[in-house]
Ligand binder design. Structure first.
Ligand SMILES: Cc1cc2nc3c(=O)[nH]c(=O)nc-3n(C[C@H](O)[C@H](O)[C@H](O)COP(=O)(O)OP(=O)(O)OC[C@H]3O[C@@H](n4cnc5c(N)ncnc54)[C@H](O)[C@@H]3O)c2cc1C
Length: 341
């Protein structure tokens, strides 16, 4: 039996785990992590599917396209399934806005999301949206607080097991596992000494405003302002602070987010602040998705790295995890060449 360890229980680890269970039937799969569920970065993400090739620096656009298309196909199939209430995917109409035309015109958007349409100056005036350019489309929002527990349940129902601990070095797993999938995000700075990983802090406010039913993403400046409707609140953001490793909530930043939000969408001002959150986007240019063969004390450890998804972990995770599971299957075929995988 092939023994696979997944390091990490964020959205990338969980999607990798369920995809490996599928790609290597009969494998013994264990998720090892030192943070689960609400303690991960993934749990706090807005979950807006917003593919921008430019954000995955250093990856050929056709590769990014495959990753985001696979994620789109999977998330929309969940959104349209009877399970949608549990999995946390919803199809939501909304707007991308900017004073910079290139920020709203994007081939990936146009060809993947539903009903993409550029807005005319007249549309923008009638919608009272204070930007020069805009587009409207229907996208999928994933609520990680629902999707991650659903993935974990699915993983365990399929025989997966979980271990709560910090892995100091990959060497610790040699002998106990045949294949390791490294989904440790920012943890890879220590785990595999990858100093090209860097932090980009983001802060959010949770506002109870059930009358807001559309998403808005306004990206004209260094600091984006966005509105992402979840079941029980609107996720209002945001900030983009490169090199900031703190997850403290800064009250002045919160005030600034709410000020910007109120200027763009006055109807949010009538809402009640019910929470706030800050997290670190685990960033790397490009993200790392590749195989590595290590020999530790004479034992081979086959590794697949899948980390560094930055601001796009929800948008990319299903697609990159499918590739990681395929790479793990190739490793498994080397270990048991006669196995019909
Ligand atoms: C404010 C904000 C808003 C966002 N909004 C969106 C959005 O709207 N759409 C979108 O697509 N993306 C969004 N993102 C990005 C998204 O949240 C991340 O890209 C994604 O969560 C990364 O997932 P991950 O599984 O790689 O990392 P994480 O969720 O950080 O998980 C890493 C896991 O690795 C484990 N780990 C690390 N090191 C070790 C070790 N040595 N031993 C054991 N375990 C270890 C941790 O315990 C954890 O379980 C947002 C991010 C932020 C901060």
């Amino acid at each position: 039996m092939v023994r696979v360890a997944i390091i990490g229980a964020g959205i990338v680890g969980l999607t990798s785990a369920v995809n490996v269970q599928k790609s290597i039937p009969g494998a013994k799969v264990t998720i090892i992590a030192d943070k689960f569920d609400k303690d991960t970065t993934s749990a706090g993400a807005g979950g807006l599917y917003r593919p921008t090739a430019a954000l995955v620096k250093g990856v050929p656009p056709e590769t990014v396209r495959e990753w985001v298309q696979d994620t789109w196909d999977y998330y929309t199939s969940l959104a349209m399934s009877p399970e949608a209430g549990e999995t946390g995917q919803t199809l939501v109409p909304g707007y991308m806005l900017s004073d910079n035309q290139s920020a709203v015109q994007n081939q990936l958007f146009e060809s993947i999301v539903f009903n993409f349409k550029l807005l005319t100056p007249d549309d923008l005036k009638r919608l009272k949206l204070p930007f020069k350019y805009g587009c409207s489309f229907v996208t999928v929002i994933t609520q990680p607080q629902k999707f991650m527990p659903w993935l974990m349940r699915k993983f365990k129902e399929q025989g997966g097991t979980v271990e709560f601990r910090t892995v100091g070095k990959l060497d610790e797993l040699a002998g106990a596992y045949d294949i390791v999938i490294n989904c440790s995000a920012l943890g890879s700075r220590q785990l595999v000494q990858d100093h090209s990983m860097y932090a980009v802090k983001g802060q959010l406010v949770h506002v109870k405003a059930p009358w807001v039913k559309t998403f808005l993403y306004c990206d004209d400046k260094k600091t984006p302002t966005y509105f992402i409707p979840h079941d029980d609140c609107i996720i209002v953001g945001g900030t983009r602070e490169e090199g900031n490793y703190s997850i403290d909530i800064v009250p002045e930043v919160q005030e600034d987010i709410l000020r910007r939000a109120g200027e763009i969408l006055p109807q949010i001002k009538g809402g009640r602040v019910v929470g706030s959150w800050a997290g670190i986007r685990p960033s790397r240019d490009p993200l790392r998705l590749e195989k590595e063969l290590l020999t530790i004390g004479g034992k081979k450890l086959r590794v697949v790295h899948n980390y560094g998804h930055g601001a796009n972990g929800v948008t990319l995770s299903w697609g990159t995890s499918l590739r990681a599971a395929r790479m793990a299957k190739e490793w498994a075929q080397e270990i048991t060449p006669s196995a019909r995988l």
